[in-house]
Design a protein around this ligand. Sequence first.
Ligand code: MN
Length: 207
Amino acid sequence: MTKELYKLPALKYGYADLEPYISEEQLRIHHDKHHQAYVTNLNSLLQMMEKSRIEGTDFDYKATAKAVAFNLGGHVLHDYFWWEMTPAGNATKEPVGELAEFIKEDFGNFERFKKEFTQTAASVEGSGWAALTYCTGTKRLMIMQIEKHNVNIFPDLPILMVVDVWEHAYYLDYKNERGKFIDAFWNILNWEEINNHFKKVQRRSME
Ligand code: MN
């Protein structure tokens, strides 16, 4: 039986639609080349394992597990990244609905949350991400700092939104100035969508 492979999701907006915050060239390379590479590598690993099982041969179990974690992490995190962004004209400047209330409860106010998230992203060593997560057990928002695509993950905490601070995410537009890119990023977030996702995550946790 052949199982499904992973696919690069199409963007819900045009490549130039996040300008001036993310340029067409930057977005195109990031989506079509970098994200695509994680999907391609992940599928190759899955096919290699399937083949090895059919043939009854060994593969490098340690290296494979590591590579799957890296490429699967890369794929999933980029999925969130494309999904949560929207052209600036449609973006809301601040969180809305239930999520806005939780941010206020857990961080005091949006400015404090924004500062913590920004600093978490800015201080990633090398390549990585900041992600807002939600602990369904304690009903608490928590900010996670991910190195690469897979290190320092909080297991089992659903992700609500992310920012990619790999140099490949911003180098064409902002050169080495990661902070400028993170500042720009806040202008193109679709908080309505993020809040809808948050509500789904909460409902799932009650089942
Ligand atoms: Mn990326």
